[in-house]
Design a protein around this ligand. Structure first.
Ligand code: NAD
Length: 366
């Protein structure tokens, strides 16, 4: 079957998951990564597109290529162990691709949780680790509960509650709960009103973002995504007022400080995104409460889903369900990519001597 698909939306190209992975593998490989690394990076980016999080999908490739060309993203690195006390592991990501570093960190953590019942993995100094739900999914696939607190060192883009300019990044928080025989529960979000990548997509698509999301460079509310791309820079607001802001602070300090990483306390000039992540992994079997957990979860789910529906809502969902729905739909119908993002990807390939016809052939667009 062809990877390219007719798209109803103008300005959009629709590509199936496998050819899109081939494009991403080729670009990462052309930047010097071994095939295994290229496959991990491509796998996670396309999985983000499949789950509906285009902000963390293949649209990140041009940024990764730029940071690689600046010498700040180092191919073929691995997580190294800085401290190891059994259930507690402190790892350094050596500024390698986060898709490799976080994968290795979770594998180590899962092994330790199997051995000890619980593991705490402190990961510092990785390049961007993308969609955090991917790491929770790795843990739940092994039957583990996981909690992830993440900070990022990059240009500040989020204002503190009560502040008027950007002081930190979109610090994501994530929890994964396995469900034997069913889809896992995965709560995974940026602590800003929307992820920064969604501002980029709104800008590429020429649309506004919702109200109460952005401040302009003078600290005034706006819906114009362009304020994040011109001086004086604007700021995203935290979600949930003081509560979301408080969670962002906790992610900054557990993710950035307790791991041995850094917190943001100055404007950083680089284009790289350094992620630090504190992960707690629990083996539910070792708590001896697995049967109770499954029974309570089923009853609670039925209870919340029986709530009368608000206008325009088709059903109540648990966290993780929207991503599963997107996966089913995009596996069936392909992944829509806006033309600006596609052209940025083609340009990034050209910088690595991958010609447009080759990328279009891989994408099955030719
Ligand atoms: P979002 O606002 O789309 O929220 C997603 C979460 O809400 C998911 O758990 C989803 O299942 C749940 N959800 C959505 N609609 C729901 C509904 N109707 N009912 C029940 N649950 C529902 O996510 P976001 O804040 O835009 O974040 C997008 C991605 O960006 C995340 O994967 C995050 O990890 C990633 N991110 C990464 C970084 C980084 O530095 N690496 C920084 C910020 C965000």
């Amino acid at each position: 079957m062809s990877g390219a698909m007719a798209s109803a939306e103008p300005g959009v190209v629709t590509i199936r998951a496998a050819p899109l992975r081939a494009v991403a593998r080729a670009i990462v490989g052309a930047a010097g990564s071994q095939p295994d690394e290229a496959a991990l990076v491509a796998g996670q980016l396309v999985e983000s597109n499949l789950t509906g999080h285009d902000s963390h999908g293949v649209g990140l490739l041009p940024r990764y290529v730029e940071v690689f060309r600046l010498g700040r993203l180092r191919p073929n690195q691995h997580a190294s162990i800085a401290a190891d006390t059994g259930p507690l592991l402190t790892l350094d990501g050596n500024m390698g691709y986060g898709q490799v570093i976080a994968y290795e960190a979770m594998q180590l953590g899962i092994e330790r949780a199997r051995q000890w019942g619980v593991a705490v993995v402190a990961l510092a100094n990785s390049h961007h680790i993308g969609r955090i739900g991917h790491w929770a999914e790795q843990c739940v696939a092994a039957g583990m509960v996981s909690m992830h607190y993440v900070n990022a060192i990059s240009q500040p883009v989020v204002a503190p509650f009560g502040g008027r300019d950007a002081r930190f990044v979109t610090n994501p928080f994530c929890v994964g709960l396995p469900r034997p025989g069913g889809e896992p529960i995965v709560l995974d979000f940026a602590t800003s009103r929307i992820a920064m990548g969604k501002v980029r997509l709104a800008r590429n698509r020429g649309v506004e973002v919702g109200p109460d999301t952005l401040l302009d460079g003078h600290g005034q509310p706006t819906c114009d995504p362009n304020v994040m791309y011109r001086l004086p820079f604007g700021a995203l607001l935290p979600f949930g007022e003081h509560k979301g802001y408080g969670l962002a602070v906790i992610c900054e300090l557990l993710g950035g400080a307790l791991t041995g990483g850094r917190t943001l306390h100055e404007r950083t000039p680089g284009r790289e995104v350094i992620n630090n992540m504190l992960t707690v992994i629990i083996d539910p079997q070792r708590l001896g409460t697995g049967a109770n957990f499954a029974a309570e979860l089923a009853q609670f789910e039925a209870w919340v889903k029986a709530s009368p529906l608000a206008p325009g809502v088709d059903r109540v969902r648990l966290p993780g369900e929207p991503e599963q729905e997107h996966r089913r739909e995009r596996h069936a119908n392909g992944i829509p990519i806006d033309r600006i993002t596609w052209e940025e990807i083609v340009r990034a390939g050209a910088e690595l001597r991958l010609a447009r016809p080759e990328l279009e052939r891989l994408a099955e667009l030719a």
